[in-house]
Design a protein around this ligand. Structure first.
Ligand SMILES: [Zn+2]
Length: 507
């Protein structure tokens, strides 16, 4: 009996040995997941986060959200498994570009919208818990470079050089800077539940406690949580949907998410670009079924995906009503950039982020520009043999003019078959957009079949031609991020029917 047992033990040991020898070495190395710890002060009575004490790593993550183009945000929030509520109409707009096959001018157009560049990508990549999975920008020179002396560069492959060749010669671009996120290494901050970021000072935490009505410290509990990349994905989504982001992220099991209440912005802005659309609406409740317009209308909506979040808030005057984003945005406006940010220019990148290079449309209604970026090429002079004939730097590096020649490279304007990049959508064509911004090419029957699907009788339908100028444009943009009725809400001031006298907001 004893012998049998020992034999059994030996057999088991053999199996163990086998496992360790054979199986373990082939198992993938378990990756140590990056995480950042965060100290929370929680109100025990209300079960709400009062504030978080955060260092660089967490605040860098929050700040990076403002640099992300809406197309990237649309893709990232889809990955978060927080249930079906999306961020306004962002998901359906992004999804409709994914499904458009023949209607975009070039393959590049689709790439620009689905993988829009981030004009602060180097900053974001150096953030410890970076969640942006967009491929890094690539850079292409003329295939005839350096013989070709047009010195053009493109971040998209196969654009045409002025010499007629393609810009298809991939180069690696060095940077003149070392990037390390956005905020100073040693700075610490207080982050409130609705993402107001305040530099840590002696009186701030007591001030915040008082402000949220905490009278006795016995109701305050300290708690430490770990933030992983997966948690950051959820943080992004909550920040866009909730006014109590940290509570929802760390304390509530299943928060009730909903889009914010839409309220129109008061906008004074001049833009000469206007787009005519025909709106098909339901008389009984004033709701827009769909709007139809030419390719400029589709471009107008598609361009949303290229706008960085911070740029959207800036265009809306700091009042976007998107989740907790306004608090975050406005706290950076008031931040001392010399003290708390790694460089002075970083503040502007956050509160006025530009489009990534080459993304600006020829006809852009919105007041947003490309982030200026300069590229230089350094050539080795004759007689100074070097294995590298030339190198490209983003920005400018110091060089010895006896040994090298420096030339400025110019980013080429994106061209489509018809000349300058007039837009993304191929025309002439009619496009239709539903109230929640599903955009598709219009066929003679698509309007009818949509009305059928929405079970709306013809006699309840009214058509109206409206003009979208900057005021309507910004209202549609805002409504697209805070409601699922972008057109009804964004155009409400133009659409009121006699039967629907009282204003109605749709969420
Ligand atoms: Zn060339």
């Amino acid at each position: 009996m004893k012998l049998q047992n020992s034999i059994r033990v030996l057999k088991v040991l053999k199996i163990f040995q086998f496992c360790f020898l054979v199986v373990l070495p082939t198992m993938p190395e378990t990756q140590i997941e990056e995480q950042v710890s965060l100290k929370l002060l929680v109100n025990k009575k209300t079960n709400k986060v009062i504030l978080a004490e955060a260092g660089k790593d967490f605040v860098d993550v929050l700040f990076s959200f403002l640099t992300m183009p809406l197309g990237t945000i649309a893709r990232l929030v889809q990955k978060s498994d927080l249930g079906p509520v999306g961020v306004g109409c962002l998901g359906s707009l992004y999804g409709s570009v994914t499904n458009l096959h023949e209607c975009l001018r070039t393959v590049t157009c689709k790439e620009m919208l689905l993988q829009p560049g981030n004009s602060s990508e180097e900053y974001c990549r150096s953030v410890k818990l970076n969640i942006d999975d967009t491929e890094s920008s690539k850079h292409f020179l003329c295939t005839n470079f350096p013989v070709c002396s047009h010195y053009l560069l493109s971040t998209f492959k196969n654009e045409r050089c002025d010499c007629g060749n393609h810009l298809a010669h991939l180069v690696s671009v060095k940077s003149d800077k070392v990037y390390n996120g956005f905020v100073n290494d040693v700075a610490t901050f207080i982050v409130t539940d609705d993402l107001v970021v305040i530099p840590n000072a002696m009186d701030t935490s007591f001030g915040v406690l008082k402000k949220v009505g905490v009278k006795s410290l016995s109701s305050v509990q300290e708690m430490t949580v770990n933030v992983t990349k997966k948690k950051v994905l959820d943080l992004l989504k909550y920040s866009l949907l909730s006014k109590s982001t940290l509570t929802d992220l760390f304390l509530v099991k299943k928060p009730l998410l909903s889009n914010s209440q839409f309220s129109p912005s008061i906008i004074e802005n001049n833009s000469t670009i206007q787009i005519k659309v025909k709106v098909v609406m339901r008389k009984s409740d004033g709701k827009v079924m769909f709007a139809q317009g030419e390719e400029e209308f589709a471009d107008f909506l598609f361009s949303f995906l290229t706008f960085p979040l911070g740029g959207v808030v800036r265009m809306l005057g700091g009042y976007s009503s998107i989740g907790s984003i306004d608090g975050l945005y406005n706290s950076i406006v008031g931040l001392d950039e010399n003290k708390y940010l790694i460089a002075k220019e970083v503040k502007n990148r956050l509160i006025d982020p530009g489009l990534a290079p080459q993304l600006k449309l020829g006809m852009q209604m919105f007041p947003i520009n490309e982030q200026a970026s300069q590229y230089h090429c350094y050539f080795q002079r004759r007689g100074y043999p070097n294995s590298i004939r030339f190198s490209v730097t983003k920005g400018h590096r110091s060089y010895d003019s006896k040994v090298e020649i420096c030339k400025v490279l110019k980013l080429v304007d994106l061209k489509s078959s018809g000349g300058n990049l007039k837009g993304y959508a191929k025309g002439p064509a009619m496009f239709m957009a539903t109230d929640d911004l599903v955009v598709e090419r219009m066929s003679p029957t698509s309007g009818v079949s949509l009305l059928n699907r929405l079970k709306t009788p013809i006699k309840d339908v009214e058509e109206k031609v409206v003009t979208i100028g900057i005021k309507e444009g910004l209202n549609i943009l805002k409504a697209s991020l805070t409601s699922t009725s972008a057109l009804t809400n964004g155009l409400s001031h133009l659409l009121l029917l006699p039967e629907v006298m009282e204003q109605k907001w749709y969420h």
